[in-house]
Design a protein. Sequence first.
Length: 128
Amino acid sequence: MPARARRYPGQRALRITLRTAHIGCAACTLGAALHGAEAGLWPAALVLTGAGIVADDLYRYGGDWLRFLQGQVVLLKLGLATLGAAVPSLLLPCLWAALILGGVISHAPGRVRQAALWGPPGPCANRT
């Protein structure tokens, strides 16, 4: 069984703030793409808030985070965003898919989010 997640003061508030900002940046980026408008700095802010969430997850769970389904979904979302940027005709479907995947995994129970692709599941997967 993996070690307990590491904690620090203010972690919950920071995570809520980062996740809210990340969703807002995703909405603005997708909205710009839907309307053919210039996205401005929203994609950069989307990447920065996502990097903050990932940094917190890596602090909490270490390298084990990459074994969990939630870590693999983040890599898939990055791949979709990269594909959409590289192939403009796929931008909207890729952004929608990334948004839907992110929403589903972030609201899934801990046993799903931290299901391990190899090795033991994460601490949230073992809560009773």
